[in-house]
Design a protein around this ligand. Structure first.
Ligand code: PEP
Ligand code: MN
Length: 339
């Protein structure tokens, strides 16, 4: 439930409500807004009496959160979550562009791609060092060496890095180099990993599982938020359907639905959603029009040589053109893409 305090409630009155909830063994999340304080009391609602809290001094009203996801819900937090990533922000007026190769393949490849992406207008550099591959015989990523090259590319371009972490034990290592932790689609419901990235307090890009319901995706965000880590981005990357002309089916609906249900920023990944570079620009522009707060796009200087996901990777020139087109769409819907 959420406790809305009166505008004139004193610090002592707020503390009394928090103490009462904690006595019952609840986790308390405080949101000290400009106008009033909202206290989120999260846990099993059956053991706390709503009227008891409602009668406490300074309390205006108590509202139960009906959705199974609590901290992630609009009911808990009405205004959009906005936070900085490098020199930019996500969740506000600005639409953030993340770009880079699927995998880090070599020092020169990531640096060359990072410079090209930056010049084309990207704000965040992507690149996988630990790769979840369908086949155990496929390229598994460069591991820590790849993270080092990503960090070098950040030094050169100033762009923060988003990279995937696949297991809890590797969270500390990835945090040494990365700025944003990506939880991949295949790991969306890896609860041990969700706890670990939650505890890290690093910003997290949470991909939607390829066969997951929007509600399951939001419940996974809830795991991360429950550790007090408020910097979570939801990423729609396409889902499995009967269609085979594309790698996945881009669930464009998920963007307005997630924005409606949650205050968290929503990022779209048209590269994995379509699987073919020819369709990436169309899907990316649709995502901006649908209200995405960010895009994550795969870019490779020579897609035919890519060690993973070459078919869906844009060449830097195509990516640069797409950024210009997306900017026009962003402006048409009251947003902008910063140069
Ligand atoms: C990726 O970003 O390269 C990736 C593996 O994505 P997903 O987890 O969405 O398949
Ligand atoms: Mn990929």
């Amino acid at each position: 439930m959420i406790v809305i305090m009166q505008a004139e409630a004193t610090t002592r009155e707020k503390s009394a409500v928090i103490a009462r909830a904690e006595d019952f063994g609840f986790k308390v999340h405080l949101s000290d807004g400009k106008e009033r304080t909202i206290i989120g009391i999260i846990g099993d609602d059956r053991v706390i009496n709503r009227e008891q809290i409602e009668r406490m001094p300074g309390v205006e009203r108590v509202v139960p959160i009906l959705k199974p996801f609590k901290l992630a819900s609009r009911e808990f937090k009405g205004e959009d979550t906005v936070f900085p990533l490098g020199d930019h922000t996500i969740g506000g007026k600005e639409v953030l562009v993340m770009a880079g190769p699927c995998s880090v393949e070599s020092r020169t490849q990531i640096i060359e791609t990072a410079i090209a992406c930056k010049e084309a207008g990207a704000h965040v550099l992507r690149g996988g060092a630990f790769k979840p591959r369908t086949s155990p015989y496929a390229f598994q990523g460069m591991g820590e060496e790849g993270l080092k090259y990503l960090a070098e590319a950040r030094e050169i371009t100033g762009m923060p890095i988003v990279t995937e972490v696949m297991e809890p034990a590797l969270v500390p290592l990835v945090c040494e180099y990365a700025d944003i932790l990506q939880v991949g689609a295949r790991n969306m419901q890896n609860y041990a990993l969700l706890h670990a990235v939650g505890e890290s307090q690093y910003p997290v890009l949470l991909k939607r599982g390829m066969s997951s319901l929007i509600e399951e995706w939001l419940m996974c965000a809830e795991y991360i938020l429950s550790h007090g880590n408020t910097r979570v981005m939801l990423c729609e990357r396409g889902i499995r359907t009967f269609e085979t002309y594309t790698r996945n089916t881009f669930d464009i609906n998920a963007i307005p639905v997630a924005k409606h249900l949650s205050h968290l920023p929503v990022v779209a990944d048209p590269s994995h959603a379509t699987g073919k570079w020819e369709y990436v620009a169309g899907a990316a522009k649709a995502a901006v029009a649908a209200g995405a707060d960010g895009l994550i796009l795969e870019v490779h200087p020579r897609p035919e040589e890519a060690m993973s996901d070459g078919a869906q990777s844009l060449k830097p020139e195509k990516f640069a053109k797409l950024v210009v087109e997306m900017r026009a769409i962003a402006q048409a819907v009251g947003r902008d893409i910063m140069p």
